[in-house]
Design a binder for this molecule. Structure first.
Ligand code: FAD
Length: 391
């Protein structure tokens, strides 16, 4: 893309949102500085499903080949009765791919992150820089770091995640996130067809719980277990196998195989929270992006995809307002708040049904799955995918 915008941008946070934004702005010729608090690339979590809208964003950033190489081949999808192991429904992903024009790709997080960092320039990221304050000014916005240093730029993009400090500045106060009522255990494991077919997204459901595997590159499954429980239950890292074996003792043989195969040392456990959507994403020259702007439950796999959509929308806003950073940020905000907020609410609704907020609704969903030929599920996923900057 032609270099057209002579603006300096500071991006705080080198997660998938911040890195996508940094690449997107750099494509326009923006002078970008990325600051990240951690000292090296160490993403939390094993993998994510990058749905077709996210993949289109990565393609737009020039990463089509790399993304396809890292992505797992997910040709079909199935739901399985968690206790009996009987298949409730199984169907091809092809109608989805045909409708939206792009295959989705589950990708290991560390590899996705590395791909983005390499594309931007790993050595150009300032690691070990924790932002402790941000403020706007008439001509520049400024960030302050824990080491006492500062940087100023025409704009500051706070891609500083779910606990964003930038969000506090933009909203002029802290927010309270909401516990979604369940814990997610996740990791990577070698493909084993006793758990599910190698090219299928397999999901076992029962008792308001969910156990799922989806393929990523390198003959591996990304796996996760959703377990409803109160917030704050103590957990010692390394004990996932014992905890899951107890929680899923009477589940189907495929689930037992997964529990036996997973590596407890690398299995993550995350309490799932989200945040009510809000419409103020910009304060003058300071804006939020990614989880800082829309913290969602992972139930429709759209948090990271939405962060990538933010990055592309930000690029388009600067393309359309090359000489006016404040107008560009305002256009970015207008383009994104409704779409991103809708995804947060869709995910929350899905989460409630999956995790038994109203057990009658969850039971009705299980019944629906037994009669499903894929049409309704694919319609729902397509509904999540369309509506972003690249549609
Ligand atoms: P983050 O990835 O959180 O990155 C923020 C970065 O900012 C971090 O590197 C952090 O160290 C840095 N930072 C924070 N504060 C500061 C500071 N003060 N100074 C400097 N740096 C700072 N999304 C999908 O699209 N598909 C999925 O399948 C999916 N599955 C998920 C499963 C689980 C269990 C969870 C929890 C989330 C899932 N998501 C998924 C959501 C996805 O992980 C997030 O939406 C995505 O990581 C957001 O990216 P981000 O860059 O905005 O934030």
């Amino acid at each position: 893309m032609e270099a057209v915008v002579s603006v300096k941008a500071v991006v705080v946070g080198a997660g998938m949102g911040g890195m996508s934004a940094a690449i997107a702005l750099k494509q326009l010729g923006v002078d970008v500085e990325v600051y990240e608090q951690v000292t090296e690339n160490k993403p939390v979590g094993a993998a994510i499903s990058v749905w077709s809208n996210g993949v289109k964003c990565l393609n737009h950033l020039g990463l089509e080949k790399e993304t396809a190489e890292l992505g797992g081949t997910m040709d079909s999808m199935s739901y399985v009765d968690g206790f009996s192991g009987d298949i409730m429904c199984r169907f091809s992903m092809q109608p989805l791919i045909d409708e939206v024009g792009q295959r989705p790709y589950p990708i290991a997080r560390a590899e996705l992150q590395q791909m983005l960092m390499d594309a931007y320039g790993y050595d150009d990221i300032h690691f070990g820089k924790k932002m402790v304050a941000v403020h706007d000014g008439p001509d520049r916005a400024t960030v302050e770091f824990a080491d006492g240093s500062t940087d100023s730029a025409d704009i500051v993009i706070g891609a500083d995640g779910a606990k964003s400090l930038t969000r506090e500045y933009v909203l002029a106060g802290p927010v309270t996130r909401r516990y979604a009522g369940y814990v997610n255990f996740n990791g990577l494991v070698e493909v084993d067809e006793k758990i599910g077919p190698a090219t299928e997204w397999t999901t076992y459901v029962g008792d308001s719980r969910r156990v799922s595997v989806m393929p990523v590159a390198g003959n591996r499954f990304y796996f996760f277990f959703d377990v409803p429980m109160p917030q704050g239950v103590p957990f010692e890292r390394g004990t996932a196998r014992e905890v899951l074996a107890a929680e899923f003792a009477d589940w189907a043989p495929g689930v037992q195989t997964l529990i036996a195969k997973l590596d407890p040392a690398t299995t993550n456990r995350v309490e799932i929270l989200d945040l009510d959507p809000f419409d103020t994403w910009v304060r003058g020259r300071v804006a939020v992006l990614g989880d800082a702007a829309h913290n969602t439950t992972p139930d429709i796999g759209q948090g990271g995809c939405s962060a990538m959509e933010d990055a592309i929308a930000l690029q388009f806003a600067f393309r359309d307002h090359p000489d006016d950073p404040v107008a560009a940020l305002s256009a970015y905000e207008s383009a994104r708040t409704e779409r991103a907020g809708e995804l947060v609410l869709r995910a929350r609704k899905r989460s409630d049904v999956t995790h038994g907020k109203d057990p009658a609704k969850t039971a009705a969903w299980y019944d629906e799955l037994r009669g499903e030929d894929g049409t309704n599920i694919i319609r729902g996923i397509v509904g999540n995918i369309v509506g972003g900057p690249l549609t």
